[in-house]
Design a protein around this ligand. Sequence first.
Ligand code: PLP
Length: 394
Amino acid sequence: MINKKKTLLPLPEPALRTYKGMSIPVCEPTQWGNEKKYVKRCMDTNWISSKGEFIAKFESTFARKVGAGYGVGVTNGTTALHLALAALGIGPGDEVIIPTFTMIATPNSVRYTGAKPVLVDSELKTWNIDASKIEEKITKRTKAIMPIHTYGHPCDMDAIMKIAKKYKLYVVEDAAEAHGSIYKGRKIGSIGDAACFSFYANKIITTGEGGMVTTNDKKLAENMQIIKNHAFSHERHFWHKVLGFNYRMTNIQAAIGLAQTEMLEKLADKRIENAMMYNSLLKGIEEITLPPSTKGIKNVYWMYGILLKNWSRVTRDTIRYELASRGIETRTFFIPIHLQPVYKGWFRGKYPNSEYLCTNGLYLPSSTSLTEKNIKYVAKTIKDIFYRAGHGRS
Ligand SMILES: Cc1ncc(COP(=O)(O)O)c(C=O)c1O
C-alpha cells in the first residue's frame, strides 16, 4: 500500500518482519580482530574494572589513530561531551552553539553543565551545521561551538575554526559518528580543542557502551582524567577540590576498544565500500538524493542515509514500512532539537533545512559486515517499491 501523506514527524516504528529467512538490522557490531583474546586477558588476570593495562593503551592508540596527542576514555559519547565542556569551564550563564539537526545527547550535554544550547540550521549540501549562520547566533555569553560530523561527513572545519578564533570560542567536536573521517588532510579528532567519540554498539568502533575525548592539549587531558574519576586529588585520597563525575571506562571495554582500533582503517573502509555499492545501485532513482560527499573530505558513511525528494510519489515512511515487511530495518533521520518535547519553549527561529532532513531522510542497513547480497537485496526492494508506484514524475 502506498501512502502519499507526509508528516513532519515520522510515523511510529514499523514492526520488522523476517521475510523469506531474511532479516537485516540497521546496524550491528563487527568483531573481526583480537576482541575475545584481549577480553579473556582481563578475565584471566581479574582486571575487570576501571584499572588495568588496556585503558591507557586504548586511549593512546585511539588518540594516535585520530591524529590527537591524548585520549581520555569514558563511559559513553554523552559523558565524553559533558566531560569536555565541564573541563573547559563551561557552566551556568554560558551558551554553546550546536546544530538543531543532531542527536539529543548534544544539547543535553550542554544542559548538564548549566549552560544553554543555541541552535543553528544545517546545510543541505552536507547535512552539517551551516557555518555561515553561526556568527549571527554569537552573543557575549557564547563560549563554544559544538559541530557534529553528521553520519561521518566532516563539517566545514576551516570556517568553524576561523569563527572560533575571531570570537575566542572553544570548539568541541561531536565526533560520535566520525571515526576515521578526514577533513582536508586532517583527521577528525585532532582539529578542535577537543573531539568526543561514542563507542556505542552501532558505531564504526564499539566497546559496547563507551566514549573518548581526544585533544592535543596536555593540561586539558590531565584535567579530564581527574574530573572523570570523582576528581580525587593527588594529595590525599577522598579529598576533592572540584566537582567530579564517575565517567570511568572499564578495562574490559578498553580491551574491546583496542582490538577494534587496531582495525579502524579496515572497518571504516568497508563502510565506505558498502556506501559506494549502494550509490551505484540506487543512483538511477530520481526521487532519491544520495548521501553527500564534498571535495577534500573523507566521509566514512557511519550510516548510509538517503533523502526522498519533496515531489516523490512514495513517502519516506511508506518506504520504511515496506522495507520492514521484507525484513529490512531502517531509521529515520534525527528529529531536530527545536521540535523535541523536552526542549519545548526553549528556542525561537526557523530551521527549514533541518526540518526537510527530518521529514525526508532515512538510513538503510549500514553494518560494516553487510554482504554484497544484503546490499543488492535492499536496493532491489527499494527499486521495486518505486516501480510499483509508477517510477518518475507525473
Ligand atoms: C551525534 C551524536 N552525539 C552524541 C551521541 C551520544 O553517544 P552515546 O550514545 O555513546 O552516549 C550520539 C550517539 O549515537 C550521536 O550520534
